[in-house]
Design a protein around this ligand. Structure first.
Ligand SMILES: Nc1ncnc2c1ncn2[C@@H]1O[C@H](COP(=O)(O)OP(=O)(O)O)[C@@H](O)[C@H]1O
Ligand SMILES: [Mg+2]
Length: 238
C-alpha cells in the first residue's frame, strides 16, 4: 500500500482502506483491495495501470462521485464514510475539480461560459465569477479563445478549457481521468505539463490516472495499480 512520505492528517486527499469489486461471471473481481493513499497539497501523483484495472473506479471514489464498498475518502480532513448524498455533493463542489478524457464540454456554451457555469453552480456572485473565469482563461493561454464554442477549439484547447473549468471551484483536490488519452503525443505532452504546472501553482493535491505515459514526466510520484494494489514505482524528478 502506498502512502506519501509527507503523510499528514492534513493532506487534502486521503484514501483509507478503499475496497471495490465488480461482478465477473459468478465471482467478483477485486479492483481495489484495501488501498491507502495520501496526496499532499501541490503534489502530482500519477497512477498507471492496464485497461480495466480500476483506475477510473479509484478516481470516481476519490472524487466523491461514488461511495466505496469499504473504506473511507477523507477530503481536507472531512471523513466521507456515511456522509449523506447532499453533503457529499457539497464537499465535492467546494473541494474537488475533475478533468475528463474528452473535456466533456457543453456544445452550445463558449469557453468562458463553460467556466462561468461552474461558478454559478457554486452560487458565487456573477461579477466575481466572470473575473475568475477570465483570469483562468488567461492563465491557460486561452484569453483570445474565450468566445469560441467547443467545435471551434482544437483538441488541446478544449482540454485546457476543461482544466480551467476544474479550477473554477478553487479545488484542494484535482483529479484527472486519462486527460491526455485522446491527444496526439505532442499535445499530450503539452496538456500534461500544463496540468502539473496548474496543480503546483494552485497547491492542489492532484491525481492523474492514465494508461499512456505522457503525464509521467510531470509526476512527483508514480504509482501502478494492478491486481487491486497500488504500488510505488518511483519518484520522478520534475
Ligand atoms: N458498474 C459496473 N458494473 C460492472 N462492471 C464494471 C462497472 N464499472 C466498471 N466495471 C468494470 O470494472 C473494471 C474496471 O473498470 P475501470 O475502473 O473503468 O478501469 P480502468 O479505468 O482502469 O480501465 C472493468 O473491467 C469494467 O468493465
Ligand atoms: Mg478508465
Amino acid at each position: 500500500m502506498a502512502t506519501s512520505p509527507t503523510d499528514t492528517p492534513l493532506a487534502p486527499l486521503a484514501l483509507r482502506g478503499l475496497g471495490a469489486s465488480v461482478p465477473d461471471g459468478r465471482e467478483r473481481r477485486v479492483l481495489l483491495d484495501d488501498v491507502d493513499l495520501d496526496v499532499a497539497a501541490g503534489e502530482v501523483v500519477v497512477i498507471t495501470g492496464p485497461s480495466g484495472s480500476g483506475k477510473s473506479t479509484l478516481l470516481a471514489l476519490a472524487g466523491l462521485l461514488r461511495a466505496p464498498a469499504t473504506g473511507d475518502v477523507v477530503v481536507s480532513g472531512t471523513s466521507t464514510a456515511g456522509l449523506r448524498p447532499r453533503r457529499r455533493t457539497d464537499l465535492r463542489r467546494t473541494n474537488i475539480g475533475i478533468v475528463y478524457q474528452s473535456a466533456n464540454l457543453l456544445a452550445p456554451l463558449t469557453a468562458r461560459e463553460q467556466l462561468e457555469l461552474a461558478g454559478h453552480i457554486r452560487r458565487r456572485p456573477r461579477r466575481e465569477v466572470r473575473a475568475h473565469a477570465d483570469a483562468l482563461l488567461d492563465e491557460l493561454g486561452l484569453g483570445d479563445r474565450a468566445d469560441q464554442l467547443p467545435a471551434q477549439l482544437s483538441g488541446g484547447e478544449r482540454q485546457r478549457v476543461g482544466i480551467a473549468r476544474a479550477l473554477m471551484g478553487s479545488p484542494t483536490v484535482l483529479l484527472a481521468d486519462e486527460p491526455t488519452a485522446s491527444l496526439d503525443p505532442e499535445l499530450a505532452a503539452e496538456v500534461a505539463r500544463i496540468l502539473a504546472t496548474e496543480a503546483h501553482r494552485h497547491g492542489a493535491a492532484t491525481v492523474i490516472v492514465t494508461h499512456d505515459d505522457a503525464p509521467l514526466r510531470h509526476a512527483d510520484r508514480h504509482l501502478h495499480l494492478s491486481a487491486g494494489a497500488l504500488v510505488e514505482v518511483g519518484t520522478v524528478a520534475s
